[in-house]
Structure formats: structure tokens, C-alpha cells
Design a protein. Structure first.
Length: 376
């Protein structure tokens, strides 16, 4: 198939999933065209089956806001026609599904261009519920030829909040277990255990809770914390670390391209989010044998089985999360058991080799169901 993929190219779960999906599909012989305003971060510069088409957004003094949505629609239509795309797959509803809808209409007389929208989380739980975006989010979802959600939780929530009656397919996020795996036994031995948090440091991720957890755990266990990523909460986290007297134990690593190299060096992943449609960072950690201590929100429980391959606690209950972390750091038998269970879950339930065919099947279904053009 020839597939156009649109996503946010910056750091964030939806862009990462879209990029990894495109790369995996290319490995399986499909021709992939990324269409976005910048090169997605995890996309290699050169790759035979993968192409990147930049969207240029011309500005004009009259525009208070350059109309990216329109420039994207025009580029989608142009790329679809030139490269004879079979389908567009957009990640994150706004504005991508609206642009895809326009592109499909622009080409309607000349070519079929069905589009699939994958809902990732905040497009439904936060942004889509803003009064100014609610109706257009609902319309763009209802107009999609196929809709997927990254968890059953998000599927149910979308139905509930937007009253969507069309079928939506749940396809869980995935991880490439050949790339994400534990490191050789013995490496890193002798240094103090490390906690790790990976996010875009938005308020919804509650990264400051990681600092509180570290402060609590380090009262009894000598440990450190790596904070990977960047965003608006980073400054407040740095200040809190100073206030709580743990700044010597925290490393703010900034944005990192090779998470798979950092994760295996950690003992526990912290995911204290307020909302989480899935929790991709937890899955990547599990594949590396790093048990997550996460919050019991959204779709996280579809991934982390409490007490089996990680722990789930209430949002904001940093004392309970710290107690779980301390136990994992001091009980090596428990840690080994959870680490092995986490790897097994990643391999048997969420490996890309299991999940990617679900997208391929769905694309075929959507293309097959797309109404034929009049006279064709
Ligand atoms: O907040 C982010 O990291 C980006 C965000 C998004 O909405 O694009 O991530 C979402 O998509 C990820 C990939 O599908 C999911 O693993 C995250 O759970 C989800 N984030 C939230 O729901 C807050």
C-alpha cells in the first residue's frame, strides 16, 4: 500500500507512535509518505521506502494565525495525487483529521482518498473538550473513514464524550522488542539505583510528583532520578528539587532521541500522570525490563497489571508511589519477578510484530469499504 502519514513531528507520544508505525510499515514493504511541518524526530533522514514532505505555511500580514490546517490539506492532496496514495492515516484529531477531510474532498472527482484517524489521548480528554474545538473534533471524527484508539479506555471515552456511534477500532500502542530490551546482566552494577521519568513535562504528566517521590524514597534508599524530556514543568521541577534538598540526586537530561539506550540503566519508571490514554513510556520501559510505578488512570491498566508487571496507585498519592518504589529497590526477588513479567508482557502482547498487522488489516478494510466514485 501507499500510505500518507500525518502527525505532530515534535516530542510527544502521538508523533512517536506515528513515526514508528511508518517505519515498521516500510519494513513490511509499504511505501510511506510523512506529511508534516517538520521532520519527525525519530525518522531517519534516509530510508528507501519512507519519504518526507514538508508543509510550508506561508504567512501574510493579514493573518493573525497562519492557517496550517489549510496548507496541510493542500499538501496532502498534492502528495496523494502525485504518489497515488491509497490512504491517509492521521494521528491526533486536530487539526489533522480536518485537513484530511478537505484533501479527500478536493480529490473526490479524481481519486479515492479514504483516511483513518488515530485518537491518542489529549485530543479527546483535553483539547477536544475545549468549547471552541468540541464540534469540529466531533465532526472530524465522524467524517473519518476509519477511527482507531490507542486503548479501550479512550474508545469508551470518545463514545461517551462525543456521542460517536460509528465503530472505532482499538489498536494498542506497540514497541519494537528487538530495539527495546534489557541490557547485559552486570552492566551498571555497583552504582546507586536509578529512577527514570520520560515525558514532555506538561502539567498533565505531573513530573513534580517524581521529585516528591525521589525525596521520600531517598530518605531510606540511596538512589537517583533521571528526568528525560523537556516542557513547561521542567523549571518548577528544578526549583522543587532544590527546595526538597535532592537536586544533587536529579539529572535533568533534556530531550533525548535514543530512549532505548537510557531505559535499560534504570530500575523503575515513574509515570505519575493525571491522564494517560495508554502510557507509551511505560511500555517502552517494560520492554527493557524496567517495572513502572504509575497512576491508575485512563488506559494504563490495559498495559500495567498492578502487582504483576508494575504498580498502580492513585494520582497525587506520592507517598503510596514512593512506598512501591522503595519496595522494588530493596526487594531484589520482587524486582526480578516484575522485570521478567514486564518483558514478557511487552513481547507477547505489545510487540510491533503483533500490532502492526492489525493496522494493515484495518487499512485494507477501510479501503475496501470506501464508496466507489460515480462512474468508476
Ligand atoms: O502528552 C503526550 O505525550 C502526547 C500525547 C498526545 O496526546 O499526543 O500522548 C498521548 O499519546 C500517546 C501515544 O499514543 C499515549 O501513550 C499517551 O498516553 C497519550 N497521552 C495522554 O493521554 C496524556
Amino acid at each position: 500500500m501507499r500510505i500518507g502519514i500525518t502527525c505532530y513531528p515534535t516530542y510527544g507520544g502521538s508523533g512517536i507512535v506515528a513515526t514508528e508505525l511508518g517505519l515498521e510499515l516500510a519494513l513490511r514493504g509499504h511505501e510511506i509518505h510523512f506529511i508534516s511541518y517538520a521532520h519527525p524526530i525519530r525518522l531517519p533522514v534516509e530510508s528507501e521506502q519512507v519519504h518526507f514532505h514538508e508543509v510550508e505555511v506561508a504567512n501574510y500580514p493579514l493573518f493573525a494565525y497562519p492557517p496550517y490546517c489549510l496548507a496541510l490539506a493542500g499538501r496532502m492532496a498534492e502528495v496523494a495525487e502525485r504518489y497515488e496514495l491509497d490512504l491517509l492515516h492521521v494521528h491526533y484529531a486536530l487539526p489533522h483529521a480536518v485537513s484530511a477531510l478537505l484533501a479527500r474532498q478536493m480529490l473526490a472527482a479524481r481519486r479515492n482518498l479514504p483516511f483513518v484517524t488515530t485518537l491518542h489521548g489529549t485530543d479527546i480528554t483535553l483539547v477536544g473538550q475545549e468549547p471552541s474545538y468540541f464540534a469540529i473534533t466531533k465532526y472530524s471524527i465522524e467524517s473519518s473513514d476509519g477511527i482507531t484508539t490507542v486503548s479501550q479506555y479512550l474508545n469508551d471515552r470518545t463514545r461517551e464524550v462525543f456521542g460517536i456511534e460509528k465503530p472505532m477500532r482499538t489498536i494498542h500502542n506497540f514497541v519494537n522488542c528487538e530495539l527495546y530490551h534489557p541490557r547485559e546482566p552486570g552492566t551498571g552494577a555497583g552504582r546507586r539505583p536509578r529512577l527514570i521519568h520520560i515525558s514532555n513535562f506538561r502539567p498533565v504528566k505531573r513530573p513534580a510528583d517524581c521529585i516528591r517521590i525521589l525525596a521520600e524514597v531517598s530518605k531510606t534508599v540511596d538512589c537517583e532520578l533521571w528526568m528525560v524530556g523537556d516542557g513547561p514543568e521542567r523549571g518548577p521541577c528544578e526549583r522543587l528539587a532544590r527546595e526538597l534538598g535532592v537536586s544533587q540526586r536529579v539529572e535533568f537530561c533534556g530531550k533525548q532521541d535514543h530512549i532505548e539506550r537510557l531505559l535499560p540503566g534504570a530500575s523503575v519508571l515513574l509515570l505519575p500522570s493525571e491522564h494517560e490514554a495508554f502510557g507509551l513510556a511505560a511500555l517502552e520501559a517494560m520492554a527493557c525490563g524496567v517495572p513502572p510505578v504509575a497512576t491508575r488512570v485512563g488506559g494504563v491498566a490495559e498495559l500495567v497489571r498492578d502487582g504483576v508487571d508494575g504498580f498502580l496507585e492513585a494520582t497525587g498519592d506520592t507517598a503510596a508511589q514512593a512506598a512501591r518504589v522503595a519496595r522494588l529497590l530493596t526487594d531484589s526477588v520482587l524486582h526480578r519477578r516484575m522485570s521478567e513479567a514486564a518483558q514478557l508482557a511487552a513481547r507477547t502482547r505489545f510487540d510491533s510484530r503483533r500490532i502492526i498487522p492489525q493496522y494493515e488489516d484495518y487499512y485494507r478494510e477501510v479501503i475496501g469499504n470506501f464508496p466507489a466514485r460515480a462512474g468508476v
